[in-house]
Design a protein around this ligand. Structure first.
Ligand code: C5P
Ligand code: MG
Length: 297
């Protein structure tokens, strides 16, 4: 009789029994997954972060680039700009992932980081038709199993909303380049504004950074409207800021939040395990989300 308990997460979805997986409340996670299975793919939507969630954090021990870093490493920007962007990264990234600072303390600093980085990028007169090449020449990599992930969602007509504080134009090139920019994929991100000659002259709309995704979700409610009839949400992220990405789904019934814990694992484990339903430590694959999707669909 004991085997009934946690059967789903220990045996039926065997990926969830791996030592790299932490689950605070197995009973609750099982109930959510069973509800999602019962309601089927027609009631499901996926909302995912991009950088370091759909893309890899590292490959063969080397860090993989974010969408901002793809530009930063490309030939499209000057050496002087590279130095300045690198300085920004080494100043602000440690703040972004600092577990001893509150979100309120981080907020103004994140706005500062993104604003400075975007100002620098705008000065570089980046051309729209050069972005594809920058992505082709970059080391950006989607996580292992990305093909199964995108294909499963496409096949079952499950909408995928990618919600990213990165650079939308680069993000789109990455998924296009990997052949997975399917019709069920929508993106909310920071997009470049190109003039009539195709030169980037600004960034469009309200800035999205790591810790204002809730506001981003509220401002983009049109994107969410077509998703209101899908009350079950699988959410994927790598930052505590990603936890609010589903707040635009007003009638959500079952929300399963999966968090990739990539960096400063020891320091942040407790916070991640108490905030995400499922935490994946140093896992460069989409195996766990794929196994859950297979069970639901
Ligand atoms: O897609 P996602 O929301 O994860 O994109 C944001 C990530 O991009 C942040 O986690 C941050 O570390 C990174 N970033 C960067 N360079 C910047 C601004 C943000 O690499 N100038
Ligand atoms: Mg991320």
């Amino acid at each position: 009789a004991l085997a009934i308990w946690h059967q789903l997460t220990k045996y039926e979805i065997s990926e969830l029994a791996k030592p790299t997986v932490s689950i605070r409340e197995r009973g609750r996670v099982e109930e959510i997954i069973r509800n999602m299975h019962r309601a089927g793919p027609g009631a499901l939507q996926v909302i995912s972060d991009f950088d370091m969630t759909l893309t890899r954090f590292a490959h063969n021990g080397v860090r993989c680039p974010t969408t901002h870093n793809i530009l930063h490493n490309s030939t499209l920007i000057s050496e002087d700009c590279k130095t300045k962007m690198a300085n920004l990264l080494s100043t602000y990234y440690p703040i972004e992932i600092d577990d001893s600072m509150s979100v309120e303390e981080k907020l103004p600093l994140m706005v500062e980081w993104w604003t400075c980085a975007h100002d620098l990028l705008v000065k570089q007169k980046i051309k729209k038709d050069e972005l594809a090449q920058a992505v082709r020449e970059s080391d950006a990599m989607l996580r292992e199993g990305y093909d199964v992930f995108f294909h499963t969602l496409k096949q079952h007509l499950i909408p995928l909303l990618i919600f990213s504080a990165g650079v939308g134009d680069i993000l789109e090139e990455v998924i296009r380049h990997n052949g997975v920019f399917h019709p069920n994929v929508r993106v909310i991100s920071n997009y470049m504004d190109f003039d009539e000659r195709g030169v980037c002259q600004a960034f469009k709309g309200q800035l999205i950074h790591t810790f204002n995704k809730r506001e981003g979700a509220m401002l983009n409610h049109d994107q969410f409207r077509e998703l209101q009839d899908r009350p079950n949400v699988l959410l994927l992220g790598d930052s505590l800021g990603d936890l609010t990405m589903a707040d635009g789904v007003t009638n959500a019934q079952n929300v399963l939040r999966i968090g990739y814990l990539n960096d400063k694992v020891e320091d942040r484990r407790e916070a991640y395990v108490s905030s995400f339903d499922i935490v994946l430590e140093k896992d460069e694959s989409l195996d766990v989300p794929n196994a859950i999707l297979t069970y639901i669909t």
